[in-house]
Design a protein. Sequence first.
Length: 410
Amino acid sequence: MATALAARGVKKNTREMVYEWEGRDKNGKIMRGEMRAGGEAMVSASLRRQGVLVTKVKKRRMSGGKAIKQKDIAVFTRQLATMMKAGVPLLQAFDIVARGSPNPKLTRLLSDIRSDVETGTSLSASFRKHPMHFDALYCNLVEAGEAGGILEALLDRLALYQEKTLELKRKIKSALMYPIAVIVVAFIVLTVIMLFVIPAFKDVFKSFGADLPAPTLAVIAMSEFFVQYWWAIFGFLGGGGYFFFESWKRSEKMQKAMDRLLLRIPIFGDLIYKSVVARWTRTLSTMFAAGVPLVEALDSVGGASGNAVFVEATQKIQKDVSTGAALTTSMQTTGVFPSMVLQMTAIGEESGALDHMLGKAAEFYEQEVDEMVKGLSSLMEPFIIVILGVLIGGIVISMYLPIFKLGAVV
């Protein structure tokens, strides 16, 4: 029993600790590196067996560091693919990437995966132990590469897929960032005006002893309400926003409703629709080119699209295809795919180059998204300026109307 507990303790420490070591080889050359182990004695013993004279061993805790993001996984995939194509052994490639990572959490993750692979676990099975960072699409492609002996090529294709996906998301965020930032600034400006500026004008107007214009009275009434109930307004906005986003995140019905609504929003709906189509076609192209059977590939495609409407459509397509229906026919019955994608898919099925044609469709819609982002950036700026000008300008004019009236009387 004691031996079993000790073994568990060693295993736990192995998962939690990385040791940095320094020593000399048989020729006296200084060597440095890192090793996961249960203690300093284990590090020294392992290095001695390798012919290294250890001079220093230092424990490095891995609890710090930033959260691992999708970009970190994409960079890791590209580095791993590059080194494997250059002939670097898998375990050594993991060591190099882990040592070069500036994020301790990513280093710990890669070290854990390396330890699993070193003990005989397949690379795809090791990735599946970390679903927060490696989704089903990632693991399925790696598994297909291991089975077909083309892991280097599939890692390269997977890295390209992730880079394209991240670039698409970046473009969407850049299109939305400007209007969101302007709305936030406008809200702050309006809050300051309502809380401090208008009450000051109100005190001045009291000394006039005359009736105020209707627009001025309306603005003063809004300001009084805001001053008296500002805590309720902020509480309602904060609580409502939190409840809304939590419901969106946790409720399946809410997700479906919002995803349908997002596709119907003027201007932005078309942008979101094209980006979803681009992700859908890019994902299916990558999976099919990797040799993953179509029915299995569709398991990952719907989720990768990021929209519940396309998830439902993909599930229907998968069901139809599994019963022998053509992919193009199944896609057409869903009514969510544009005619160009349907035509490209039909040509791909007839010519036996489905992955190539889907890839071309993905490139086309990625370019469409790029052009729309550029157009929206130039379109939104004057549109937002006009709205803010009317809103804030209306408040300012309302406050100055009594002064203009008084000047006319004088």
